[in-house]
Design a protein around this ligand. Sequence first.
Ligand code: ATP
Ligand code: MG
Length: 306
Amino acid sequence: MQIWAVGGGKGGTGKSFVTSGLGVCLAERGLKVILVDADFGGANLHTYCAVLKPGHSYGEFVRGSAQLSELILETPVPGLSIIAGDLNSSGTNPMTYALKVKFFRQLKKLQADVVLLDLGAGSHHKTLDVFLEADRMIVVTVPERMAIENLYVFIKSAFFRKLSPLFTKAGIRNEAREIWARRSDFNLSSMEEFTDYLSGHYPEFGQLYGEAMRDFRVHIVLNKVRDYRQTETGFAVKSMTEKYLGIPASFAGHVRYDRDFWDRLLQDQVCLSRVSAARIMVDMCRVTDRLSEGASLRPGVSGETG
Ligand SMILES: Nc1ncnc2c1ncn2[C@@H]1O[C@H](COP(=O)(O)OP(=O)(O)OP(=O)(O)O)[C@@H](O)[C@H]1O
Ligand SMILES: [Mg+2]
C-alpha cells in the first residue's frame, strides 16, 4: 500500500480537486483507493465525491472515539472510498506528534492500494509533518506569482523540517545554524551548496543526509491552466526547486481551467467521475499516469486488515 499526500502553500489552488481527481483516475484503473480529508480548516473533499452529508468524519478519530477504519464511507465510484474531514473542526490542526504516529499506524493498516491525503493550505509544521511521511509527495500550484512563491516556501519549509532532526542526530545543530546565518561569508548561494558544504565538513551528517534524501522527490501539478504557454511555469518551478534547494523534482503535468466544472458538479450533485468526459478529467488522468510511473502500483497489494 502506498500513501500519497497532496499539499502546497496557497489556498484554493486545487489540492482537494487534484486529490479527488487522482482518486477517481486510480480507482478507474482497478485500484482500491481511500481519500482522506486532512484539511482541518476547510473540509470539502467529500463534495467532490458526491458524499454530501458524511455520516462519519475524521473528527471522531481525533477525539478518540473511532479508529480510521471505522470512518470509511463509500462513494459512487467503485473502488473509491473516503474518510471525510471534520465539519465541526475549529480549524486548528490537531496533529500532535502522538496523534500523527497513531494516524500513520492506522493508515498503513487500511485495506487499500493507495491512500490519498488532502492537506490544508499553508506551511504549518503540522501540515509539513504529514506531507513528509507520505510515499509520494505531490504539490499543487496555479500559474500565478503569489501561488508559486507560496509553493516555494512550502517546499523549502518541508525540506528544512526534514533536515532539522539530521542536524541534531549529527550533533551539528549550532554549527548548521551559524553557517546558514553567515552563508554569504561561506560563499553559499543555495540550499544545495549549504548541504554540500555540511556533508563535506561533517561526514556523519553527510551519511544521514544521503540516506534521508534517497527517496525525497517532489511532484508538481500545475492546475487551472488557461493558456498552453502557462505550462512553462511547471518546468520553471521544477528547475527552481532543483537549482536553489537541491531537491529532485518532477513536473507531473498540467490541468486546464474549466469554468463550468464546479457548477456542473454541484448542480447535478454528481461525483467527479461523472464529469470524466470533461477535458479536466482527461488532464487529471494523464497526470495520474505520470505520478504512477515508477510507483509499482498493483491492484490487490493492500495493507493488513484494519
Ligand atoms: N482546473 C480547474 N478548473 C476550474 N476550477 C477549478 C479547477 N481546479 C479547482 N477548481 C476550483 O477552484 C476552487 C478551489 O479548489 P480546491 O477546493 O480544490 O482548492 P484547495 O487548494 O483544496 O483549497 P483549500 O486550500 O481551501 O483547501 C474550487 O471552487 C474548485 O472547484
Ligand atoms: Mg482543499
